[in-house]
Design a protein around this ligand. Structure first.
Ligand SMILES: [Fe+2]
Length: 172
């Protein structure tokens, strides 16, 4: 049985993660553009995972590709969440009186996403579910994460209300 990756993933403390984003542009337009760029990469990885899940349905031979797709998505998504917490969260807090509530909601959603992804990483690596069940779980996660990032893209414009936003500036 393979070792679960949850412990390894949990070893990075929040402070250590934030350090990686020191020096990066924090103006609203750059942050929005960065979020949208990363969402585009994540959508591609979700497509890859979706394809791998369809391929694996009932067939054990597709499991290595499914494991790889899950792991690649996990690594990129986890990094993306850390980026949003380092760069988007401070902007979100300062938008208006509802800023702290929005920030809290973002953290809650991120933690739910981390838990769902880690559960899928563990399930695909620990051989405790059959191929069809794994494919179903992966397909469900793909749908949920697509919905989340579509909603996030739409909600990004709330950042235009922050004091640092320059109207008319390209935001990618
Ligand atoms: Fe995001």
């Amino acid at each position: 049985m393979a070792q679960p990756n949850t412990e390894r993933a949990g070893m990075l403390k929040e402070k250590d993660r934030a350090v990686r984003f020191v020096g990066m542009s924090r103006d609203v337009a750059s942050v929005k553009a960065r979020v949208r760029r990363e969402h585009a990469v994540i959508r591609t990885l979700l497509d890859v995972l979706d394809d791998a899940a369809r391929e694996v349905h009932g067939r054990v031979s597709g499991l290595p590709a499914l494991r790889r797709a899950v792991w690649e998505l996990y690594v990129v998504f986890d990094d993306h969440l850390a980026m949003e917490e380092a760069l988007v969260l401070p902007l979100l807090k300062s938008v208006d009186a509802w800023g702290p509530v929005r920030a809290e909601n973002m953290l809650t959603e991120h933690n739910e996403q981390r838990q769902m992804l880690l559960a899928l990483v563990d399930d695909t690596e620990c051989d405790q579910k059959d191929a069809s069940a794994l494919a179903e779980e992966a397909g469900w996660l793909v749908k949920a994460l697509r919905k989340d990032i579509d909603a996030e893209d739409e909600a990004l414009d709330v950042l235009n209300r922050t004091a640092g936003f320059v109207p008319g500036q390209s935001d990618g």
